[in-house]
Design a binder for this molecule. Structure first.
Ligand code: FMN
Length: 434
């Protein structure tokens, strides 16, 4: 059986599934139950400095986007860091770590961007025996307005500076949690690396307004007639998170920097995809908040079964395998040719593929009088729109066909007799490969 044990920064956990810093990890009661359910580790809900209490709103703090079946696709929140006293959290963390020595327990921290503030909290966190710390440079609301969270994560110089302080005053692994609310994720990752971070974790939540109440004319969640942007997470953000993880993973300037991947992870497959892109483990928040702690059982068994099927004995055996196949557009092979294929056995004759292709794409699907849909190979550019709009999974597929010649009239590479095919003129990589 596949071994799911992970060694992330020397921290061993029985599986790669950690709970991200958020309400599921806000207190001892939750974390004990999470560990009993099987989670490999937790990042405790972000701790703040001693001082005036953190006060959350007392109205709705979540907004959401749903699919047609009311499945939660995106969650938006305006919650702050923990509003429980620091000493209570630290005492609870100490007890939990003592009782679950085989699980990872990471302290998430967000204090003002002053050396004294970090110097004061780090020894107290160290006393809990937590396995490491995660620097919350990501929360986009509430704390950012106070010069913390994403306000730090958006300035690479601050990231480096604070990371250096943490490496100076704390002797266990330091993970830097990045905000996605930035143009090029490689810059903050490089800054963390320059500050000697042991790893980066990403993504935190994305600035968002999920809905506007058209009676009150205010964004939701609405607190007394006003709303504010929140942080977006859940399945909807996974593609953004995967791109960012891939960008860091393949950046030569951060080569080898361990990554803890976060963002929309709901199933074992999501986790496997992030690991294939180089992540050493994954963190989950929305899926646990939606389905409860037991969702990890499916993640563990699914990943383990898939690894057995593929013959991977450990996570490390497939970690990063997809990274070399992430490339820049100009290196895509323009001589590769595919065509849409419609399975007549599966087709329910709804005509969505026809409408989409005829009205908005390449007029490459023919409809007969009895509503039989067929692909016109000469027109099909394999854009994949028909596959994506078809309501029947697997009914329309893309089939690779032999590379052909450049059609001088359209500039397209067409399939056909390729005994004397020419390399597409826009494709230096394919030309080089000749
Ligand atoms: C209600 C809520 C509160 C959160 N609080 C924190 C926090 O205190 N510290 C932090 O680093 N991230 C916080 N996050 C962000 C999550 O840790 C995580 O980065 C994000 O939700 C993306 O993961 P997901 O798509 O699995 O939810 C919070 C997220 C939610 C939904």
């Amino acid at each position: 059986m596949a071994d799911l044990t992970t060694e992330f920064l020397g921290i061993t956990s029985p599986n790669p599934f950690w709970l991200a810093s958020a309400p599921p990890t806000d207190k001892e009661y939750n974390v004990r139950r999470a560990f009993e359910a099987g989670w490999g580790g937790v990042v405790w809900k972000t701790l703040g400095a001693e001082g005036p209490p953190v006060v959350n709103v007392n109205g709705p703090r979540y907004g959401a986007i749903w699919g047609a079946d009311r499945r939660l696709l995106g969650l938006n929140n305006i919650e702050l860091i923990t509003d429980r006293p620091l000493d209570v959290n630290l005492a609870e963390m100490t007890r939990v770590k003592k009782d679950y020595p085989d699980r990872a327990l990471i302290a998430s921290i967000m204090v003002p961007c002053e050396e004294a503030a970090w110097k004061a909290i780090l020894p107290r966190v160290a006393e809990t025996n937590a396995d490491g710390i995660e620097l919350n440079f990501g929360c986009p609301h509430g704390m950012a307005e106070r010069g913390m969270g994403s306000a730090v994560g958006q300035v690479p110089e601050y990231i480096q500076m604070v990371t250096e302080w943490c490496k100076q005053y704390y002797d266990r692994p330091v993970i830097v949690k990045l905000t996605p609310n930035i143009t090029d994720i490689r810059h903050p990752a490089r800054a963390a690396h320059a500050g000697n971070a042991d790893a980066v974790s990403l993504i935190n939540t994305i600035n968002s307004i999920t809905s506007v109440n058209l009676d009150a004319m205010a964004p939701e969640p609405m607190i007394g007639g006003k709303g504010t942007h929140g942080g977006y997470c859940g399945p909807a953000v996974k593609p953004i998170a995967m791109n960012m993880v891939a960008e860091i993973s393949r950046d030569p300037q951060t080569a080898g920097l361990p990554i803890s991947a976060i963002g929309g992870i709901t199933t074992w497959r999501d986790a496997a995809e992030f690991i294939a892109l180089g992540a050493g483990n994954v963190q989950v928040c929305t899926a646990a908040m939606t389905y409860g702690f037991k969702v990890v059982e499916e993640m563990i068994s699914g990943l383990s079964d898939w690894m057995d099927e593929k013959g991977y004995a450990s996570i490390e055996e497939f970690r990063g395998m997809a990274t070399p196949n992430v490339t820049d557009w100009q290196y895509l092979d323009l001589n590769y040719v595919a065509k849409a294929r419609i399975s007549q056995d599966d087709c329910i004759k709804c005509g969505r593929c026809f409408a989409a292709c005829e009205d908005t794409s390449h007029q490459a699907i023919a409809m007969s009088a009895d509503r039989t849909f067929t692909v016109k190979d000469d027109e099909c550019v394999a854009c994949n729109l028909c596959v994506n709009v078809c309501p029947i999974e697997g009914c329309i597929t893309m089939e690779e066909v032999p590379v052909g010649q450049v059609d001088e009239r359209t500039g397209r590479v067409v399939s056909g007799d390729y005994s004397n095919w020419t390399v597409h003129p826009n494709n230096p990589s394919a030309a080089a490969a000749q």
